[in-house]
Design a protein around this ligand. Structure first.
Ligand code: UD1
Length: 364
């Protein structure tokens, strides 16, 4: 069975790493190639993750880079079609919800190549999010849909996906987390941070960082939080660019008086920093899941989440872009008055193995 695995952007790398390991364990049945679309290309957003997560170098890099949604998606499609025509796989595996995910799935389905979507069925019900469109469309055209939580199964059934296509397997991101926890070295990577006495902040969603007033307001709230709690803020390139463009450098400098403001940091470093933090403030999707697994309080700066089990079972609360709610959530965490949480079903480090067995069974 010949498989092409696809990655494009940072959150894809931790999802593909355990799948490649599980495929290597079944070399008797599976040959696989790795295609990187090049959606993310900075060393700190891409190469460093390959090294830390033990992902082999991509066999093919489409090198599409950054552009508008239409140009980026279309460039990936044009380049990926050539790859499929040349290599003729039986199946492609796409993960998550980035532009690379839908672009490659669409090319494959039109060429009659089967598509497996890992992390299927998640829905924020917010069509202003580009990822929501990517999820709905990818799920609608995939042949095998691997879900991480019960809400995913329900969403897909409601959208009319036949239940034979849906496989509840657990969470490949947690496979990577479990794997990496075993080899994580001791000690925090910043000498001025002390266990349980700092917050990690990540912010990159268009809804939070693409409007000057909203971003200014959020930075002011971070400054307020930094008066009583040390912060670690690894800035996404998109956020850094907007801070410069909107003239908010001074606001950032103010926060930096009691914060480490860095560029993107590697997976291992981030995992360690999150695990040992007092709390996390984020608008990321994956970090909501990682904090739930680790039992670290997570304050999510979004109006909704496509990962509701992190709220119903885990440690997550939503505050949107409302800085009043953010500040009061921070106080609640300090008072230990938030849910301690439990680990959702099948987030056990073995999702990739389950997926690979389904893939083998799918091609007779
Ligand atoms: C993408 C994903 C988002 C994911 C995020 C994680 C889509 C629609 N969005 O958003 O779901 O949570 O990745 O990071 O696919 N840039 C660099 N270097 C890079 C990559 C990007 O400087 O290596 C800058 C460029 O200015 C670019 C901007 O970041 O224009 C945005 O990159 P893009 O890939 O379009 O979307 P993200 O915001 O990263």
């Amino acid at each position: 069975m010949k498989i092409i695995n696809v990655v494009g952007a940072r959150p894809n790398f931790m999802k593909i790493a355990p799948l490649i390991r599980a495929m290597n364990d079944r070399k008797d049945r599976i040959k696989h190639l790795l295609v990187h679309t090049g959606q993310h290309y900075d060393k700190s957003m891409s190469d460093d993750f390959f090294v830390q997560l033990g992902i082999p170098d991509p066999d093919i890099n489409l090198e599409v880079g950054s552009a508008s949604h239409a140009v980026q998606t279309a460039s990936i499609m044009v380049a990926f079609e050539k790859v499929l025509l040349e290599h003729k796989p039986d199946l492609i595996v796409v993960v998550g919800d980035v532009n690379s995910t839908i672009a490659c799935a669409l090319v494959a389905v039109k060429l009659g190549v089967k598509v497996a979507h890992v992390e299927a069925g998640l829905r924020s019900f917010d069509r202003a999010m580009p990822e929501e469109i990517n999820r709905i469309l990818t799920d609608a055209i995939s042949d095998l849909l691997f879900t991480t939580e019960e809400s995913g199964n329900e969403n897909l059934k409601r959208e009319g996906i036949p239940k034979e296509k849906i496989h509840f397997v657990g969470n490949v991101m947690i496979d990577t987390l479990v794997h990496c926890l075993q080899t994580m070295p001791d000690g925090l990577p910043y000498p001025d941070l002390r266990e349980n006495e700092y917050a990690v902040i990540t912010l990159h969603r268009p809804s939070n960082v693409d409007h000057p007033d909203i971003l200014r307001n959020i930075l002011n709230a971070f400054k307020e939080i930094s008066r009583s709690l040390k912060l670690l803020i690894p800035l996404h390139p998109r956020t850094r660019k907007n801070i410069e463009e909107f003239g908010l450098g001074e606001e950032l400098m103010d926060i930096a008086q009691n914060a480490n403001v860095t560029g993107p940091i590697g997976y291992m470093e981030m995992l360690k920093l999150v695990k040992n933090s007092r709390m996390v403030i984020t608008d990321s999707g994956g970090i909501q899941e990682e904090t739930t697994y680790l039992g670290v309080p997570c304050i999510t700066m979004r109006e909704n989440t496509e990962r509701p089990s992190t709220i119903t079972l885990g440690t997550n609360i939503l505050v949107g872009s409302d800085t009043g709610k953010l500040l009061s959530a921070v106080e609640q965490v300090k008072l230990n008055s938030l849910n301690k949480g439990i680990i959702p079903p099948l987030w056990d480090g073995k999702a990739s193995t389950r997926i690979v067995e389904y893939l083998i069974a799918s091609i007779k």
